[in-house]
Design a protein around this ligand. Structure first.
Ligand code: SF4
Length: 558
């Protein structure tokens, strides 16, 4: 393998492979892979591409789950309280990485492993305990059906390992809901694509990570991490008060806020009840992730009802608010809280419930919505069908299929933000707002929302940069604090070179998916955008891919 060696930033350490079928563990040297793919999503993608069979079944023992950190988790810089998870998705049937905040990343790093791989299938429900010295396996049949916080409390009582050391599934994961999340710190989700369901299929209820080791990483010492940290601590930013909900009124005014299962793009009659001010009115303390002075999280509480949640973030406000015609932020908070406890992705759950409400013409019914969340997680009654996701059930419901590559759409509407639409079509993960985040440039007017001129190469570059973010790992809400100069100083290479390196991860994801049958016909949208086909041609050409959306045989994939 030919390696691209990054000049300054470097993570070393071994891959820990845990076979939960025969309850064994092994370690493997992966230095060469880490040199090329940095860590996080990059190293997990490289290993998943090479180790998960192209014909694997998502719920088969041959599927693998990767949990990984990056070199910046060895720093004390803000925006680094995050971790990566990668697997073959039971929702999209392609390779999928998700990213969660909270406090797990540093506890994971204390094991000394940059990446942990879970393979096999256990014959009984397990808790797996990983330290820098050992891996132990604890049968936990008595935790079957327990919600996330109950599992955390049990692990804390038995072993002194609290929620910040745990990656846990809820009943939804055990029941293989195709969009079940993997939870940490009780309320932080590796949300998208069903990673929790894959661990459920392996009969793994929870994994604890503790230790006395530390990540082995070289990071720059020219002061750039301190500059970024200081800016995060001192700058005045509305996200510190309202998190990602701060732009809801703007999105509503721009007609980019999907409403009534995407029938409309604004919620004028109800937006005041669910906007950033409504969320802020329920916020009772600051919330953050490990080491992060930006602190954009949203612990909320309603004194009247006693409902408490971590959030809701913008995407949950869209999926359980405007898109279901719910104008009550407490109802959205309760949906958020139940999704976290039961372990389901709030976007996919809300959109799938929206499909059902449209089929029944029962929008704005909070009681029904909360009941459906429970039924989905336990696969009870109609919940058993809704647990399959919109792509698999839209025909029987008689509604439009609001997915791309099987992933339910998030809340930045591509019918208004045309670059956003193209990015939904191209993303290997499916309808994924975090894959390029082009919508930020369109909201800010840095590129015009209408039209696709020049956007194909821009989206490719942004996708590559986000792959770097997910590999290093640095939170994507750091956008205002890390400019091109700071990226170059953090990584020790030119910005253009960094974009090129990020592209290797995108190529690998695409190549894996191609081997499972994905091609241009999957880069689609449920609506028409003028110029989409020409823009796809330009995008594939810019990446060096074939016109059918596949990675050419022999293209460098190291
Ligand atoms: S910016 Fe927000 S989401 Fe990102 S690491 Fe900091 S607190 Fe967590």
């Amino acid at each position: 393998m030919v390696s691209i060696v990054l000049a300054m930033i470097q993570l070393t350490g071994q891959l820990l492979t845990i076979d939960v079928g025969d309850r064994t563990w092994t370690t493997t040297t992966i230095d060469a892979e880490l040199e090329s793919f940095i860590g996080g999503r990059g190293i997990a993608t490289k290993l998943a591409h090479d180790r998960i069979p192209f014909d694997a079944r998502p719920f088969g023992p041959e599927n693998r789950v990767y949990l990984s950190t990056g070199p910046l988790q060895a720093s004390r810089m803000s925006f680094t309280g995050r971790m990566n998870a990668t697997t073959l998705s039971p929702l999209t049937d392609g390779l999928l990485s998700a990213n969660a905040g909270g406090y797990l990343s540093r506890n994971f790093g204390a094991t000394g492993y940059p990446c942990v791989e879970i393979v096999g299938t256990s014959d009984e429900l397990l808790a797996v305990h990983v330290t820098n010295e050992d891996v132990t396996f604890e049968p936990v049949p008595e935790l079957a059906g327990s919600v996330v916080s109950e599992t955390s409390a049990a692990m804390d009582a038995r072993h002194g390992v609290g929620s910040d050391t745990l990656a846990t599934i809820g009943p939804a994961g055990e029941n293989e809901v195709r969009y079940a999340s993997l939870m940490t710190s009780d309320t932080r989700a590796f949300g998208r694509g069903g990673i929790g369901a894959v661990l459920g299929s392996k009969n793994v209820k929870t994994i604890s990570f503790t230790g006395a080791d530390e990540l082995s990483a070289t990071i720059p010492d020219d002061g750039v991490t301190e500059e970024i940290h200081r800016q995060a601590a001192t700058e005045d930013h509305i996200m510190k008060r309202q998190g990602t909900t701060s732009g809801i009124d703007m999105k509503n005014d721009l007609y980019s806020l999907p409403t009534r299962y995407f029938e409309r793009t604004s919620f004028d009659e109800g937006v005041d009840g669910i906007n950033g001010a409504a969320v802020e009115s329920k916020k009772y303390k600051r919330g953050t992730c490990s080491m992060c002075a930006f602190a954009c999280k949203l612990p909320t509480r309603d004194e009247e009802t006693g409902v408490e949640a971590e959030g809701p973030e913008f995407e949950t406000v869209f999926s359980f608010g405007s898109n279901l015609l719910v104008d009550d932020i407490v109802s959205v908070m309760k949906s958020n809280e139940r999704c976290d406890e039961l372990g389901v992705d709030t976007i996919s759950a809300g959109v799938t419930i929206g499909a059902y409400l449209q089929s029944e013409d029962r929008f704005a019914d909070s009681e029904l919505i909360h009941e459906l969340i429970e039924r989905i997680a336990h696969r009870e009654g109609v919940g058993d069908r809704l647990a399959e996701g919109v792509d698999r059930i839209h025909d029987e419901l008689g509604v439009r299929n609001w997915t791309t590559k099987g992933l339910e759409f998030p809340g930045h509407d591509g019918r208004v933000l045309h670059g956003r639409a193209l990015g939904y079509a191209t993303a290997n993960r499916g309808a994924d707002h975090m894959y390029s985040k082009i919508h930020n440039l369109e909201y800010e007017g840095r590129v015009p929302p209408k039209g696709l001129d020049g956007k194909a190469p821009l989206i490719a570059d942004l996708e590559n940069l986000k792959a770097i973010n997910d590999s290093a790992i640095v939170c994507k809400f750091s956008r205002g604090a890390i400019d091109e100069d700071r990226y170059e100083r953090l990584f020790g290479v030119t910005y253009d070179r960094l974009i090129e390196i990020g592209g290797l991860t995108v190529d690998l994801e695409r190549h894996f998916n191609n081997k499972r049958g994905f091609d241009r016909s999957d880069d689609t949208l449920p609506y028409e955008i003028d110029g989409l086909e020409d823009a796809l041609d330009e995008y594939y050409d810019y990446r060096g891919w074939n016109a059918d959306g596949t990675v050419p045989d022999g293209m460098r994939r190291h």
